[in-house]
Design a protein around this ligand. Structure first.
Ligand code: NDP
Length: 278
């Protein structure tokens, strides 16, 4: 029987653990959330992040800046929040308008408040195995795998995708957990053959239902990071779930798999940031 990995339940479990910890310890924390412009999808994500803060019992401060905000104004706000002791984490909702340089903005956030784990110092810490903030989606995937009772040690792990926010940190985390890791991308030859070797296959390509049963070894764990809206208004992933589910040993659905974990891990990072100043 294929195990369907329930990201909703696991993320709820993590948020409840944090809620209990905050209530017991009396720890205070505040997340600053900056949004530039009014992109509807970004507004939904920002709203969900604020709700999660409220749920676990910590504060959030919203900065909704107009679309025409200049890069210098955004950087000044980040400087102010970096210097503000009442703020523990700073999150700039991506994507930013084209005329603002994402890298410059991310690099301006104090590494001690980098709850998204995107700052070069955070990425460097992950790379050399030092404590630090880890990008939320890949960190959430590790939790999904571990809390489903699946061991990573010694396993053949294949990651499809090499983005800075998913693919690369995912590969580093699997390696840190003693997996044997291969990273694939758009120039990879024999993608199917490589994927078929995987005990754990993490798919972060951004192409709806591209991964079919032909890419999957019998009994493999398949983690689907992709999220797409189909023509009939439903959500689907990068994996063709119906086609793969009978061959996989365990698989994440879309929705309800990786998606809910990202915000839970943001809360984990926020609590970690608050403890740094305790
Ligand atoms: P990117 O577009 O930044 O990266 C996609 C990666 O897939 C690239 O490395 C690219 O290779 C590779 N790729 C593209 N086409 C192919 C192909 N045909 N064969 C092999 N590799 C290919 O995407 P992200 O990493 O940001 O996101 C991936 C997916 O995950 C998206 O659907 C996104 O919406 C979703 N996502 C979901 C999150 C969640 O919380 N659930 C969070 C973040 C992302 P190359 O580098 O060579 O171009």
């Amino acid at each position: 029987m294929t195990k369907i990995i329930d990201g909703k339940a696991i993320s709820a479990q993590i948020k409840n653990e944090l809620k209990e910890e905050v209530a017991k310890s009396g720890l205070k924390a505040t997340l600053a959330v900056i949004q530039v412009g009014k992109d509807p999808a970004s507004s939904v994500y920002v709203g969900n992040k604020k709700k999660a803060c409220e749920y676990i019992g910590v504060g959030s401060a919203s900065y909704e800046l107009p679309e025409e905000t200049k890069q210098e104004e955004l950087l000044k706000l980040i400087d102010d929040l970096n210097a503000d002791d009442s703020i523990n984490g700073i999150l700039v909702q991506l994507p930013l308008p084209d005329y603002i340089d994402e890298k410059t903005v991310i690099n301006r956030i104090s590494p001690s408040k980098d709850v998204d784990g995107f700052h070069p110092e955070s990425v460097g810490n992950l790379c050399i195995g030092q404590e630090g903030f880890v990008s939320c989606t890949p960190a959430g995937i590790i939790e999904l795998i571990k809390r489903s009772g699946i061991s990573i040690e010694g396993k053949e792990c294949v990651v499809i995708g090499r983005s800075n926010i998913v693919g690369k940190p995912m590969a580093l985390l699997l390696l840190a957990n003693n997996g044997t890791v291969t990273v694939c991308h758009s120039r990879t030859k024999d993608l199917k053959e490589i994927c078929k070797r995987a005990d754990i296959l993490v798919v972060a390509i951004g192409r709806p239902r591209m991964i079919t049963a032909e890419y999957v070894k019998e009994g493999a764990t398949v983690i689907d990071v992709g999220i797409h809206r189909t023509d009939d208004g439903k959500l689907c992933g990068d994996v063709d779930f119906d086609n793969v589910k009978d061959i996989a040993g365990a698989i994440t659905p879309v929705p309800g798999g990786v998606g809910p974990m990202t915000i839970a891990m943001l809360m984990v990072n926020l609590i970690k940031a608050a403890k740094l100043v305790k």
